[in-house]
Design a protein around this ligand. Structure first.
Ligand SMILES: Nc1ncnc2c1ncn2[C@@H]1O[C@H](COP(=O)(O)OP(=O)(O)OP(=O)(O)O)[C@@H](O)[C@H]1O
Length: 583
């Protein structure tokens, strides 16, 4: 029996059940916004927008034609060395679970509807299938219905984006209502556009007619987007450029570390961007030098907010929070104190993992902050896996570690399959090789905790005929972007990397993530795992640990409320074990 993984579920992508939950007001009271209320908010700047009031009505991405947007690369396929040669990149990642006597999990068989990889499919193809969705709070069927301006919709259509994902449906109207928001939705669900689209509806050349009328009154930088790594910063810049189109792409300026600072300052002066995207250090550096005026800024986005609010970034983030969108004369005490003056700035905090500390921060900075939680853009066949619930005691605990654990619950796409196997440290690379071959994985990201051993793993993989490369923070900016580009282009089958690549990195073709070292906690597991299974695609996560570490995986499995099944790779196949066999 063969189980095809890593294929785009073009015909079965669905906006599945979600109950978007909002935090409103100073007391952080979680409650559902009524749809009528939402629609009411919507009227001013978003004429013509509708939020359909229809809980539980069938809602499918297939019906929304999202399948036609799921990444259709135009790159040439590059033959890979090592292992079976795929006919094209992104072809199916094959799991051939050998039904051992100990097999506890009934191997899932590929749906007859599941089509081969992107390359094989014309954009319009795909069997449409209506999926019943529970508690579908938002059921926007198009960007039009979300009230996006026509010019912006035209641009989206030109880029092949014609339907919003669930988190976009949820977030766009709420941001348009001028709420400060925390957006939490699992990895690869489209959070970037969930905040970019409402911003671009209000600023820049694609904004709506009402905003066009006000354009005279505004100038300078209107949105600052902060991301923890250069890679993620650059990725966001490319996303903004893509939407703005070739003629207006100078309106976004990257301010990431590692690049030439004076060139960035020059570009700020010359191009007069309206959006800057950067890393905390570089933004605050240029701001402190007086070369970045952000007092009149209307939007501040912190992407991967839980990481940005960690100790490492505190000084830079403090400066950014203090200056962006704050009228001069407002002091830090004004900002953080209970009588904080209402700023014009709208603050948007985004991550797949939102610990309570972020909620707390949002509450103190934000004005009527709203938590938007949209869980799903899921293929139908992946929602059958039952998720073990956290115990009530776990859920009620407010300890910091529990907060971290809770942050990760619901952060993983349901389309992912998780396995773990044990191997002695010296055999891990060989296990990785067997894993890649058994699953016929084509685009693999292998994570380790430190930088030093990466080179050695690359060397060993190459020696076994697998094209691999390393990515870490010690490489220069140019080397990093070159490595990433080559990996995305299919020149390397395996990217061996560390935590640098765990957050935000979007390589849609990635069909396998391997943990060669255990992630430090379930939040780190979630972000690493989320590099595969993007936007409803299938993906596999395999953790290779030593025998005495297996209990950690089982603990994370509980915290994440996902099935991480014990397995081994023998004779070119994945053999899934019954849990009792290994405990
Ligand atoms: N409406 C849409 N239609 C088609 N593709 C989309 C849509 N929205 C986003 N995408 C694509 O989906 C992929 C994942 O989006 P994105 O990187 O924003 O996910 P994310 O939720 O921010 O993930 P992470 O938590 O890992 O950062 C990207 O390749 C993006 O271009």
């Amino acid at each position: 029996m063969r189980l095809s993984i890593g294929q785009v579920h073009r015909n079965v992508l669905a906006l599945a059940s979600s109950r978007s939950c909002f935090v409103l007001g100073d007391h952080l009271s979680f409650r559902m916004l009524s749809q009528q209320r939402a629609a009411g908010f919507h009227q001013t700047a978003w004429r013509g927008s509708q939020i359909v009031e229809d809980r539980g009505s069938p809602l499918t991405l297939a019906s929304l034609e999202v399948q036609s947007k799921v990444e259709y690369g135009k790159k040439e396929k590059i033959a890979r060395t090592g292992g079976p040669k795929p006919s094209s990149r992104g072809s199916s990642l094959n799991v051939k679970p050998r039904v051992s006597s100990s097999l506890s999990v009934k191997p899932r068989v590929s749906s007859p509807n599941v089509k081969p990889a992107k390359s094989a499919l014309p954009k319009s193809a795909g069997v449409k299938k209506t999926l019943k969705v529970d508690e579908a709070l938002f059921s926007a069927k198009s960007f039009e219905e979300l009230g996006l301006p026509p010019l912006l919709i035209d641009r989206l259509n030109k880029e092949g984006l014609t339907a919003p994902t669930e988190v976009q449906s949820a977030a766009i109207p709420i941001i348009a209502q001028k709420h400060d928001v925390v957006i939490q939705s699992y990895t690869g669900s489209g959070k970037t556009l969930a905040y970019l689209l409402p911003i671009l509806s209000e600023i820049g050349p694609l904004k709506g007619p009402m905003e066009q009328d006000n354009s005279e009154k505004r100038s300078g930088i209107e949105a600052v987007i902060v991301a923890p790594s250069r890679e993620l910063g650059m990725q966001i810049v490319r996303e903004v450029e893509k939407i703005l189109g070739p003629n207006d792409k100078r309106l976004v300026q990257q301010l990431v570390g590692g690049a030439n600072r004076s060139r960035q300052e020059e570009a700020l002066k010359k191009n007069k961007p309206i959006i800057v995207v950067g890393t905390p250090g570089r933004i605050s550096e240029i701001s402190a030098a007086g070369k970045l005026q952000t007092h009149g800024c209307r939007f501040l986005v912190l992407d991967e907010v839980d990481q940005l609010l960690s100790f490492n970034y505190r000084e830079d983030m403090h400066r950014i929070l203090e200056h962006v969108g704050r009228k001069s004369g407002t002091t830090s005490r004004d900002i953080l104190g209970p009588l904080a003056r209402r700023s014009e700035r709208q603050t948007i905090l985004v991550s797949a993992t939102i610990p309570f500390s972020v909620i707390r921060a949002a509450r103190s900075w934000g004005h009527d902050p709203v938590l938007i939680r949209a869980k799903s853009v899921v293929p139908l066949d992946s929602i059958t896996v039952p998720r073990p619930a956290l115990s009530q005691a776990d859920a009620n605990s407010s300890s910091p570690s529990n907060s971290v654990n809770q942050a990760a619950v619901g952060s993983l796409p349901p389309s992912l399959e998780h396995y773990y196997c044990t191997a002695k440290a010296q055999h891990k690379v060989d296990t990785l090789r067997r894993c890649i071959h058994a699953l016929e994985a084509q685009t693999v990201i292998a994570f380790m905790n430190n930088t030093k051993p990466l080179k050695d793993v690359v060397f060993k993989l190459k020696a076994r005929g697998i094209e691999a490369t390393e990515l870490h923070g010690d490489l220069g900016k140019l080397a990093r972007s070159t490595v990433l580009k080559k990996f995305k282009d299919g020149e390397f089958r395996v990217l061996v990397t560390n935590e640098l690549s765990a957050r935000g990195l979007d390589v849609p073709e990635c069909d396998l993530v391997v943990n060669l070292d255990l992630p430090t906690d379930s939040t780190h597991y979630a972000h690493r795992a989320g590099r595969t299974g993007r936007l409803g695609r299938k993906g596999i996560v395999v953790t290779i640990c030593e025998e005495n570490e297996a209990f950690v995986v089982r603990k994370m499995r509980k915290q994440l409320a996902v099935a991480i099944k014990p397995c081994e790779f023998t004779e070119g196949e994945l053999v899934v074990h019954k849990e009792e066999d290994v405990e």
